[in-house]
Design a protein around this ligand. Structure first.
Ligand code: MEV
Length: 308
């Protein structure tokens, strides 16, 4: 039994979304496939499931499979630790493959809920934006209250995240990967410590939430100039929250020569940035000259799916 799920790019609102602020993401055309079949022992790609590389696969199987041992095979186009949702995609694809072995129909809302629990088991504090984007595909707006085009609502403790389908104009996304892999859990915990200690940082988180809503309005009007300026401001706020990196600054500065705006995407601390531009080839060349792995991505409409 096999399933696949897409990676994601957060356009606005990472980190703030963990505190219940709005955020905007899109699935991207890089996918992870997970194959699962019964076997005599627990293995992934022929290696032990105890290898930390497979911690999301192991945690997903622990939540969703009560039967005997399984052999998993993971094939992924999504670079790991790059802020592009590789752990969410592998979690969602594993859950879909395992549900298939149980004979259950493909149920994206239920997969999204369990995937959020898995992410929480492995990495601690999180929002459901990555896992829900991998499950739903396309663009998603996360908000604390329910509105039109609601897909599903996910609750934990006192917070709720309402995931809404969102239609965006066609965007060419140029991504610059620093190649510096950063774990999300400690970055999220660092922002929480700052917000608890400093009212200025709590204000920054709120401002990022407002930027998401303004950024969405700008994109819908095709006002790329305004959207780019909001990306630049969002990036500055994320830096002030301590999730920047000198290499990200280098790439964002290089990209801005031919872009409306540029910002880090995902958890930061390394990982990736992206630019909004009419000249994607020029920006990709500038990013490569600055030392990045650079590539163009498109929005992926399809979320989790079973493979034949
Ligand atoms: C990571 O892709 C996005 C963060 O906002 C964490 C999360 O929402 O779980 C940094």
């Amino acid at each position: 039994m096999a399933a696949s799920a897409p990676g994601k790019l957060i356009l606005f609102g990472e980190h703030a979304v963990v505190f219940g602020e709005p955020a905007l993401s899109t699935a991207v055309d890089l996918r992870t496939e997970v194959y699962a079949r019964p076997h005599t022992e627990w293995l992934a790609d022929g290696a032990s499931l105890e290898d930390s590389k497979y911690r999301y696969v192991k945690a997903a199987a622990a939540r969703a499979w009560k039967g005997g041992p399984l052999w998993f095979e993971v094939r992924s186009m999504i670079p790991t630790g790059a802020g592009l949702g590789s752990s969410a995609a592998v979690t969602v694809a594993t859950l879909a493959a395992v549900a298939g072995l149980r004979g259950a129909p493909l149920d994206p809302p239920s997969i999204a809920r369990t995937a959020f629990d898995v992410e929480h088991d492995v990495q601690g504090r999180a929002s459901p934006i990555d896992t829900s984007t991998a499950a739903a595909g396309g663009a998603l707006l996360v908000r604390p209250t329910e509105g039109a085009d609601l897909l599903w609502t996910i609750r934990r403790d006192t917070r709720q995240w309402c995931l809404h389908r969102c239609v965006l104009p066609r965007l060419t996304l140029v991504v610059g990967n620093t190649g510096i892999s950063a774990a999300t859990g400690p970055l999220v915990a660092g922002v929480k410590a700052r917000v608890d200690a400093s009212p200025e940082d709590a204000e920054r988180v709120k401002e990022i939430g407002q930027i998401t809503l303004d950024g969405l309005a700008a994109l819908r009007k095709n006002d790329l100039g305004a959207a780019g300026r909001l990306m630049d401001r969002d990036h500055a706020l994320l830096n002030a929250l301590g999730v920047g990196h000198p290499m990200l600054e280098r790439l964002v500065t290089a990209a801005r020569r031919h872009s409306y705006g540029a910002k880090l995407t995902g958890a930061g601390g390394g990982g990736s940035m992206f630019a909004l531009t009419d000249e994607p080839e020029k920006v990709a060349a500038d990013l490569r000259a600055a030392g990045a792995k650079a590539f163009l991505l498109a929005t992926e409409p399809e979320g989790v799916r079973r493979l034949p």
